[in-house]
Design a protein around this ligand. Structure first.
Ligand code: ADP
Length: 588
């Protein structure tokens, strides 16, 4: 038993020594106040453990050893309080607290506390002993409460870090309790064994709470990881522009590693987004940033104060920089790795948004071109059509039958061009949101007849049959736009079916106003039918390659139909023909 106790004593001393060495190494590496206070705290606690056996057994040096132990004891409390001060500053109170602790130490030395507190103490000594214990207790209790309270208002990772620290302080307080008990109770070997085991068990707890290892930081990150998984999809797909995406992304990046501030720097060096950081600070980082400083490991993973991860954009290298704050657990290999994975998603997302932005610009340019081209063509085409009609009618003199047949052809061709220009003008209006319907009560039968008349030239080589009810089919429509749709269906039926083929138009008004145009032409393959109604889509086959068109007609027609609360649908079989049906609600 005695051997076991000695071994345990050695193990405890060794463990504390190791902890101290690790924190001192950390401090020497970083030379910052926080690590300094931690090294001082663990160093003084270790000194206490080493001094304890000598207390009361140093002969003529007894008082000196006792006083030294007392001072070391108070220094450990002071260092732990100052460690807390680097996380949540004490402010002006720091000076008073320091003075008070020094005064208590001086008072304890003055009172000449005995090595063994068991026998009756003089009143002054009792007060001094109480003051020492209360002072040390307060140095620990205050951080326990304060760190825990602060953890309530923080994000998961920072909050976990603060709670771990709070638990670490609590463990130290428990250690004091155990030591006091061990000192006061009858020194039964089993009791001593139990207290030694508790002391030894506290060491790893202190280690993980004051310097959390990677696995613990990963565990702390779990709640954020889960929320992040849910948010990633929306983040990447529904961010309207790069700046918004970068701003959202930076929020998640800091949450994931418990960072305090961050910046995303674009490939051209401009600042895309910042969080809790001024633009000047971000600009300075953009200039000096170096990629991926990683903690060097060791017994305690060496924390670094910033993480920088490259973002491989299509147009060059950007950077995601995160700075640690007072509550950041630590930036090590684990965080760098996680951030690198995250950077891949952000990069892809940001590139996708740039691509979208570029596509939008192109789309805009296309609409503008459509607008300008159609308006520029409209004027000359009206003149050309005017003169051709005059020539055809003989108003400009008699023409030979040969010339007249050419003029007929030219009139038909200028109709085709005019029709295309009209589609382009309407398409440009629709895209710019300027296509406003002028709805009037109208008869769909009459409008269909007018539309047929408008493309009669185009239909002249086909066998047209029209099936319509005797009664009018009344509906609220924009007469011009309605005709545009019917004319488009008729001209398509003519364009995509052979000469002489039948084209059937059926107008009906049973519950809903319908105009169906059926042809016996080339038909449309099932897989192509869904995309017919998209802008600029033309089905490229051998049968269509010689047919001219813009790919705007069906898109425009369906949009117009839907603006009327109706629809345009297709039924078709490849090689057998198609039926396009326009539907609009009837006047109720
Ligand atoms: P286009 O100016 O090319 O005719 P549309 O938008 O009117 O543009 O039609 C889009 C494509 O749909 C056409 O290029 C053609 O391939 C196909 N299409 C339209 N109508 C018919 C039809 N009646 N029969 C076969 N294919 C058709």
């Amino acid at each position: 038993m005695a051997n076991l106790l000695v071994a345990l004593q050695w193990a405890t001393e060794g463990a504390f020594l190791l902890l101290t060495v690790a924190t001192v190494i950390d401090w020497m590496r970083h030379r910052d106040t926080r690590n300094g206070h931690l090294a001082l705290a663990f160093g003084s606690l270790t000194a206490l453990i080493l001094l304890a056996p000598a207390v009361g057994r140093a002969g003529s040096f007894n008082q000196l050893v006792t006083d030294l132990t007392l001072v070391v004891f108070l220094v450990s409390g002071y260092a732990l309080l100052m460690f807390r001060d680097t996380l949540i500053p004490l402010g002006p109170a720091r000076r008073w607290v320091t003075a008070a602790i020094a005064a208590v130490a001086a008072f304890a030395i003055f009172a000449q506390l005995p090595a063994d507190l068991q026998p009756r103490l003089e009143p002054l000594q009792a007060i001094a002993a109480g003051a020492v214990l209360i002072t040390w207790g307060l140095c620990i209790l205050e951080p326990i409460a304060r760190l825990w309270a602060t953890s309530m208002h923080r994000r998961a990772v920072e909050s976990a870090r603060l709670r771990a620290l709070s638990i670490g302080y609590a463990a130290l307080l428990a250690e004091l309790g155990v030591a006091t008990l061990a000192g006061s109770a009858a020194r039964h070997p089993y009791f001593v064994l139990a207290t030694d085991l508790v002391t030894l068990a506290i060491v790893p707890l202190l280690y993980v709470s004051f310097s959390p290892p990677g696995w613990l930081r990963r565990f702390w990150r779990q709640p954020e990881e889960e929320a992040f998984r849910d948010a990633l999809h929306d983040l990447l797909l529904y961010s309207p522009d790069r700046v918004t995406l970068a701003q959202r992304a930076i929020g998640w990046a800091t949450r994931l590693v418990g960072g305090a501030s961050a910046a995303i720097i674009d490939s051209d060096g401009s600042i895309l987004a910042t969080r809790e950081m001024s633009l000047e600070q971000a600009a300075a980082i953009a200039v000096h940033a170096t990629a991926s400083p990683v903690g060097a490991g060791g017994i305690l993973s060496a924390p670094v104060s910033s993480l920088a991860v490259p973002l491989h954009f299509q147009h060059g290298e950007g950077l995601l920089v995160i700075l640690a704050g007072p509550f950041t657990p630590a930036f090590g290999e684990d965080e760098t790795l996680r951030l690198r994975q995250y950077a891949v998603s952000i990069t892809a997302g940001l590139d996708r948004v740039s691509l979208n932005e570029r596509l939008q610009t192109l789309e805009k340019a296309k609409t503008e071109f459509l607008n300008v081209a159609s308006h520029e063509l409209r004027g000359p085409m009206t003149v050309i059509k005017g003169y051709l009609t005059m020539l055809e009618a003989g108003s400009l003199g008699e023409l030979s039958s040969q010339s007249l047949s050419v003029i007929h052809l030219l009139v038909a061709k200028s109709d085709e061009v005019n029709w295309m220009v009209e589609q382009m003008v309407e398409a440009a209006r629709l895209e710019e949101g300027r296509l406003a319907l002028k709805k009037l009560p109208a008869d769909l039968v009459t409008l269909t007849d007018l539309a047929i008349e408008g493309v009669s030239q185009l239909l002249s080589k086909h066998m047209l049959s029209v099936e319509k009810p005797a009664m009018a089919v009344e509906a609220e429509v924009d007469p011009d736009r309605f005709q545009i749709v019917v004319r488009n269906l008729l001209s398509n039926a003519a364009k995509y079916s052979p000469r002489g083929a039948r084209i059937k138009v059926r107008v009906s008004g049973n519950g809903v106003g319908k105009v169906a145009v059926t042809d016996e032409g080339i038909g449309i393959a099932e897989e192509d039918q869904a995309r017919l109604f998209s802008r600029f889509v033309r089905i490229e086959t051998k049968a269509t390659e010689r047919v001219s068109g813009t790919g705007l007609g069906l898109w425009l027609s369906r949009e117009i139909a839907r603006m009327h609360d109706g629809d345009l649908t297709v039924e078709s079989a490849l090689g057998r023909g198609s039926t396009f049906t326009l539907e609009v609600p009837l006047t109720t």
